[in-house]
Write a protein that binds this ligand. Structure first.
Ligand SMILES: NC(=O)c1ccc[n+]([C@@H]2O[C@H](COP(=O)([O-])OP(=O)(O)OC[C@H]3O[C@@H](n4cnc5c(N)ncnc54)[C@H](O)[C@@H]3O)[C@@H](O)[C@H]2O)c1
Length: 591
């Protein structure tokens, strides 16, 4: 295809427009910048000069490249100049009437073949297109901030946009070194559509005091590898902006999960908009600062000291059990590895030895440390051996009857005062607790897979857990170099309750033919910096496991929006469970 759009007009040269102008000029195209008035035009050019100078200083651009690209950009305040452009990209503030008025004018000014693109985040592209007599040549082109580093561009087609115009704009995006994904016209498009629903749930979780803001943020960073926690991200985006996007999403979807959490409205009303106003979910050193001010943790002081843990036992011989044994042994704790038979326990210890061996091979562990860790692990097939340990972690099959039976047995074996922890990810901890005569000693310790590598542990206290038991587990986590977050005993705890509804939304987006598997994965990786796209993650976790968690969440909260997407149920019924069966959302066998 011949290089599309040799001349591009950019209307509005603020945060986004200035970035887009530079990106387009870097591709060797002529850029006609238009601002609202002469002073704004002077300021816009100064902004572009300053940002490109910074790029030179940071060696993202050479001085020659900067000179060349600046020579391609002209900035004025007369919209009529846009008549010379092949494509106009609008980046004025997010206001429907402003944008519609501008498009009506551009429609009059520009020749009929000129393509007009809006940079809107949450407004209806269709309504903007309707202000013109050429809706087939109007589309959305959604860049991400900062434009120079964010690779994603959502190319938004309305029902009237011609496929050719969309393809040309996608080609332009590729030419700018970006990755275009195709999206239809609905609030939030792909990336924000999935992101903001999740941010909203995190705000609601904070509002209900289920967990602290620090714990919610740490849980999502450490449990899912996200670049930022949701509440810190809301502060960065701007609480007001987030609320506006959610309002637009709710308006279209009528899904209660999109209705802005009341806390967002309260923060906006109070002028606490996030970093830009110096306070939002967190308080910052100054408006515009990214450094949060630490606030006193009053609760931690009031907590009693934990019980002493000198020896631990781990029940189970699977992936999680073996991983948890490794965590304890590497931290210098003697561990009893209790399986259903001596043979199973020995085999689990062999697997542990192999895992430690791999760490040695990778230079992450010394041979001495490996030998020391292995020497601390005693495999046993007899649960009676757990009589003397200070803490038992249960990591057997995710089946309530199996777990309850084990807890009843442990109740008869463990010494008084021993802490009994379950690693369940989807069953109520209280049901394990009530299988014993000492529910105050029972708690959840939700490790993540692979346990040796993942820093997070969700510490789940039930309504009956004694405070010194919670303290014991928090202290133990610190000792074994894990990051504990505290939460109550309800479905999904923090991480799964925020992660799985998002994964389910992605499946629904696919099911509605709104976007493809590849485009959705790309949008989340490049638009939000996620380590994996939702479908990659679903295929790794397993579709059956995901479906179970979604059902548990729906059963707990009865929120219609949490009902598992039928497509997920169909794939599970068809035996497409993800990587483990060779096929899930993608066909792994053929790759
Ligand atoms: N900031 C972000 O993170 C982000 C990300 C993606 C998309 N967007 C979208 O991009 C668009 C622009 O947002 P922004 O953050 O760059 O806003 P901004 O406020 O930084 O910039 C808007 C610019 O438009 C100018 N302007 C206003 N009226 C004008 C007119 N009639 N003619 C010409 N110029 C005019 C203003 O002087 C200002 O320089 C919005 O639709 C926004 O939703 C923003």
């Amino acid at each position: 295809m011949e290089r599309p759009f040799p001349t591009v007009a950019v209307v509005g040269l603020g945060t986004m427009g200035a970035g887009v102008a530079v990106a387009v000029a870097r591709s060797g195209r002529r850029v006609i910048g238009v601002e609202a008035g002469p002073t704004q035009a002077v300021r816009a050019l100064a902004r572009i000069e300053a940002s490109t100078a910074r790029a030179v200083a940071r060696e993202r651009l050479t001085a020659e490249e900067r000179t060349a690209l600046l020579a391609l950009i002209e900035v004025g305040d007369d919209l009529a100049a846009a008549a010379q452009a092949d494509l106009v990209i609008e980046e004025v503030p997010e206001d429907l009437e402003l944008k519609r008025g501008l498009f009506a004018e551009l429609d009059r000014i520009c020749p009929p073949e000129t393509v007009l693109a809006t940079g809107t985040t949450a407004l209806s592209v269709t309504r903007i297109a309707a202000a013109t007599a050429r809706p087939e040549r109007v589309l959305g082109v959604h860049f991400f901030n900062p434009v120079h580093s964010m690779k994603l561009v959502e190319v938004v087609r309305t029902v009237l946009t011609s496929p050719q115009a969309a393809e040309q704009v996608a080609e332009l995006a590729r030419d700018l070194g970006k990755e275009p994904v195709a999206a239809g016209d609905r609030a939030g498009f792909i990336a924000n559509g999935l992101l903001f629903a999740y941010l909203n749930q995190a705000a609601a979780m904070f509002e209900s005091r289920y967990a602290t803001r620090e714990d919610i943020d740490a849980a999502m960073r450490l449990g899912c590898g996200l670049p930022m926690g949701p509440l810190a991200l809301l502060d960065l985006i701007g609480v007001d902006t987030a609320r506006t996007v959610l309002e637009a999403m709710y308006e279209q979807s009528k899904d209660r999960l999109h209705a802005p959490a009341p806390i967002l409205g309260q923060l906006v009303a109070a002028g606490l908009l996030g970093r830009k106003s110096g306070r939002g979910f967190y308080a910052y050193e100054a408006p515009g600062s990214s450094t949060p001010v630490a606030e006193e943790a009053a609760a931690a002081e009031a907590r009693p000291a934990g019980r002493e843990v000198r020896t631990v036992g781990v029940c189970g011989s699977g992936t999680m059990a073996t991983g948890i044994v490794e965590v304890f042994a590497k931290a210098g704790l003697p561990v009893l590895l209790a399986a259903r038979s001596q043979e199973k326990a020995e085999r689990a210890k062999d697997r542990l030895a192999k895992s430690l061996e791999r760490s040695v091979a990778k230079g992450r562990l010394t041979e001495q440390a490996r030998d020391a860790a292995l020497a601390l692990v005693t495999p046993t097939g007899d649960h009676q051996d757990l009589a003397d340990v200070d803490l038992v972690v249960e990591a057997v099959a995710e089946d309530l009857a199996v777990k309850r039976e084990l807890f009843t047995a442990l109740d008869g074996i463990a010494k008084p005062g021993a802490v009994l922890a379950t690693t369940t990810s989807s069953l109520p901890v209280i049901s394990c607790a009530t299988a014993t005569s000492r529910p105050q000693d029972v708690i959840g310790m939700h490790f993540f897979n692979p346990a040796p590598a993942m820093k997070l542990v969700e510490v789940v206290s039930t309504v009956l857990t004694a405070e010194d038991v919670t303290a014991t587990v928090l202290e133990l986590c610190a000792k074994v170099r894990k990051h504990p977050v505290e939460c109550g005993d309800r479905a999904g705890f923090i991480v799964n309750a925020l992660l799985f509804p998002y994964l389910n939304d992605a499946v629904r987006m696919l099911e509605e033919h709104y976007a493809t598997v590849d485009d959705i994965d790309t949008a989340m990786k490049l638009g939000c910096g996620y380590p994996m796209g939702p479908f990659e993650l679903l295929d790794v976790v397993g579709l059956d496991v995901s479906l179970t968690i979604e059902k548990v969440l729906h059963q707990e909260f009865r929120e219609p929006g949490l009902a598992a997407a039928p497509l997920l149920e169909h794939l599970v019924a068809a035996g497409c469970l993800g990587r483990k069966t060779g096929r899930g959302f993608r066909d792994h066998a053929r790759r």
